[in-house]
Design a protein around this ligand. Structure first.
Ligand SMILES: *Cc1c(COP(=O)(O)O)cnc(C)c1O
Length: 354
C-alpha cells in the first residue's frame, strides 16, 4: 500500500474471491459457478456482437431490457443492468446507505456486504442468524438502516418465503430492503412481484449462477421506477457503459434459450439431492439448500481439514475460517461425474483419518 491511498480503504480487508488457481486442473466446486457452458445461442449472439466492438455499448441495454422485462413480468423502467450483480449491490450501498443510514444484514451472509459498506464509508449492523442458521424476520422489525438479505442466503443455502420477506417490508415502512436473489432459480421464492406494492424494495439477480455466465459479468436490479432512477443516477455518475456489448448479447441469448436454462437448473437440483444423500450416508450434517451449493459439516473433522484433504486430491471447495463456520465447507453442485469424484476423494480422506 502506498501513502497516497485514501485512508478509508486502509482500514479494512478487501473481499477475497474464491480461488481460481491455474497451476493444475482442479474440479472447481468452490465458487458456485455453473458446471455447464453458456447456452450455445447465447455464445453465438456474443460472437456476433464482437464484430461491432468499435462502438460503445448501449448504456440503456435496450434489447436486453425488453427481453428481461417480458421474462420478469415488469416494465423496462423497473430494470437496471450492471457489471455482475456485485455492481448493483455496490450501487445500492452508494444510493441507499449514508451517514445516518447504516446497512443491516445477517452476521453470516454474502461476504461482500461488509466490504461494500466499508468501501462506501457507511456503518453496518449484523443481526445473528438463529441456532439453525436461519434469518428470523422478526429480528429485522424496526431496523436501523437499509436491509440487505441474500435470499436464499449464502453460504447457508437456506431461503425465506416471500411472505417472510413481506413481513420484513411491512415492519420497516421507511426503509429500503434489498433482496439479493442470486440463487433464486434453484428453488427459492422470488419477491419480484412485490415491487408493485413496495416502492422501497430492490431485488437483485445475476446471470453468473443459473445462466452459466459468471465470466460475462451481468446483473439486474428490479425495483420501482423511483429506486431505479436513483440507481441510474449512480450508474451515469460512475460508469454508463458498465455492461459491454458482448455480455448484453449473451444475456439476451441466455434468456431466450429457456429450454437450455430449465434443463440445466433441473440437473443441478437433481445433483444437489444426489450429493446431499451421499453426504448424509457418510455422517454429514447437510443444511437444507435452495441453491446450487451445500453447506455441510461432519463430526470429527474440521472444515479446514476437509478443505485441505479435497484440495490435495484435486477438488476445490470453499472454507470460511470464522469461529462460527470453521466446521463447515461449502460445496458447489457440479456435474454428476464431478460429484462422484468428490465423493471418492471424501472416502479417501476419511480412510486416511483412521
Ligand atoms: C455470486 C453472488 C453474487 C454476485 O454475483 P455476480 O457474479 O457479481 O453477479 C451476489 N450475491 C450472492 C449472494 C452471490 O452468491
Amino acid at each position: 500500500m502506498s501513502k497516497y491511498l485514501n485512508p478509508r480503504f486502509g482500514t479494512f480487508d478487501a473481499y477475497v474471491p474464491g480461488e481460481q488457481p491455474r497451476d493444475r486442473q482442479y474440479i472447481k466446486l468452490n465458487t458456485n459457478e455453473n458446471p455447464f457452458p453458456p447456452s450455445p445461442f447465447a455464445q453465438r449472439l456474443a460472437r456476433q456482437a464482437a464484430a461491432e466492438l468499435q462502438l460503445y455499448s448501449d448504456p440503456e441495454v435496450k434489447a436486453l431490457a425488453s427481453v428481461a422485462a417480458q421474462r420478469l413480468g415488469v416494465k423496462e423502467e423497473n430494470l437496471i443492468f450492471t457489471n455482475g450483480s456485485d455492481e448493483i449491490l455496490y450501487f445500492a450501498f452508494l444510493a441507499f446507505c449514508g451517514e445516518d443510514t447504516p446497512a443491516v444484514f445477517p452476521d453470516l451472509t454474502y461476504g461482500f456486504y461488509p466490504v461494500f459498506a466499508r468501501a462506501c464509508g457507511v456503518d453496518y449492523q449484523e443481526i445473528p442468524l438463529s441456532e439453525n442458521w436461519e434469518v428470523i424476520p422478526g429480528d429485522y422489525a424496526g431496523a436501523d438502516g437499509t436491509i440487505f438479505l441474500a435470499n436464499p442466503n449464502a453460504p447457508t443455502g437456506i431461503a425465506l418465503s416471500s411472505d417472510q420477506i413481506e413481513k420484513i417490508l411491512i415492519a420497516n415502512p421507511d426503509r429500503v430492503v434489498v433482496v439479493d436473489e442470486a440463487y433464486v432459480d434453484f428453488g427459492g421464492e422470488t419477491v419480484v412481484s412485490l415491487i408493485q406494492t413496495y416502492d422501497r424494495l430492490l431485488v437483485t439477480r445475476t446471470f453468473s449462477k443459473s445462466y452459466s455466465l459468471a465470466g460475462a459479468r451481468l446483473g439486474i436490479g428490479i425495483a420501482s421506477e423511483g429506486l431505479i432512477a436513483d440507481l441510474k443516477k449512480i450508474k451515469y455518475s460512475v460508469n454508463p457503459y458498465n455492461v459491454n456489448a458482448m455480455t448484453a448479447a449473451a444475456g439476451v441469448g441466455a434468456l431466450l434459450d429457456r429450454e437450455y436454462f430449465e434443463k440445466n437448473v433441473e440437473t443441478i437440483k437433481e445433483n444437489r439431492a444426489y450429493l446431499a444423500a451421499a453426504l448424509q450416508d457418510r455422517g454429514f450434517c447437510v443444511l437444507p439448500s435452495e441453491t446450487n451449493f451445500l453447506f455441510v459439516k461432519k463430526p470429527g473433522i474440521s472444515g479446514g481439514e476437509l478443505y485441505r484433504g479435497f484440495k490435495e486430491r484435486g477438488v476445490l471447495v470453499r472454507y470460511f475460517d470464522l469461529a462460527r463456520t470453521k466446521d463447515f465447507v461449502r460445496i458447489s453442485i457440479g456435474t454428476k461425474d464431478e460429484l462422484d469424484f468428490l465423493i471418492r476423494a471424501l472416502d479417501q480422506i476419511t480412510e486416511a483419518q483412521k
